[in-house]
Design a protein around this ligand. Structure first.
Ligand SMILES: [Fe+2]
Ligand SMILES: [Fe+2]
Length: 270
């Protein structure tokens, strides 16, 4: 896990990253929203679980956590979900019904604590309402983003992610060419349907996001970003014209594994 950081006065980022050899780094963020009723947004990756829970507890004690908003049930978002729900006994699990039901195939989801998120549901967390929305690109049918109506923050789930040469905590530090290339690489592989969509319908979706005029964009797979929505939407729009993504085959996978292998030990002196 990487060092947690603040993305604003009311939001902490709990980041980690994985490296795809020869391609770059994929950041994986969960968030703590310090609303009157504190909200954890997603739960990291399973291999970081002990560190993740300790980092969360350093920001909000588990007994004080009121909500866990699970954007979707992909493994890079559910790493500590069971541990947290079973420890944070006051917290309710805000997630789409089908995300809860799909997760119940691998852990005993307490359905009586689930708050069912449908699109446009507004979750009242005391000092603000969080609106559920579908992100413009996604890799899972349950994907549900958040628009914080108090601060204008958009939590965009997998949308606006990027595969990046360097790990940073501020999207503004990323050179424009790296951001564009990394966002296209991620978008084309994570939403490999973009080239299939009707141009006018896709444009209407992007226009809906633009009209939100978010003050901050907090993707699950990008360092914290400010109000870069026009730049980000232009890149996502370009996904329609990308070559369809082709996943690595066995030979390419072998090359990736070779890049991951530790260097051979130096020969010992005679
Ligand atoms: Fe996903
Ligand atoms: Fe993801």
């Amino acid at each position: 896990m990487d060092e947690p950081y603040k993305a604003g006065p009311d939001v902490y980022v709990l980041p980690t990253h994985v490296t795809a050899p020869g391609l770059g780094n994929l950041i994986i963020n969960a968030y703590v929203l310090l609303a009157e009723q504190p909200v954890l947004i997603d739960s990291g990756i399973g291999t970081d679980s002990a560190e993740f829970v300790a980092a969360l507890e350093s920001i909000v004690p588990l007994r004080d956590l009121k909500w866990v908003w699970l954007t979707h049930d992909d493994a890079d978002h559910t790493g500590s979900i069971q541990k947290i729900i079973e420890s944070a006994l006051q917290a309710r699990l805000a997630t789409p019904v089908f995300a809860a039901m799909r997760m119940a195939t691998w852990w005993p989801v307490p359905f009586d604590r689930v708050f069912a998120l449908a699109l446009d549901t507004k979750l009242d967390v005391g000092d603000r309402k969080l609106r559920a929305l579908r992100p413009p690109t996604f890799d899972n049918p349950t994907s549900t983003g958040i628009f914080d109506e108090k601060t204008g923050t958009l939590f965009s789930v997998d949308a606006f992610g990027a595969i990046l040469p360097e790990v940073t905590d501020n999207a503004a530090d990323i050179p424009e060419a790296d951001l564009r290339q990394g966002m296209v690489m991620w978008g084309a592989s994570d939403s490999p349907w973009c080239h299939l969509v009707d141009v006018d319908r896709f444009e209407a979706v992007l226009e809906g996001v633009r009209r939100l005029a978010p003050s901050r964009i907090l993707s699950s797979h990008l360092p914290a970003a400010g109000s870069s929505i026009d730049q980000f939407l232009a890149i996502v729009r370009s996904l329609r014209d990308c070559e369809p993504f082709v996943p690595p085959d066995q030979a390419q996978f072998q090359q990736m594994l070779a890049m991951m292998a530790p260097p051979p030990a130096a020969a010992s002196a005679p």
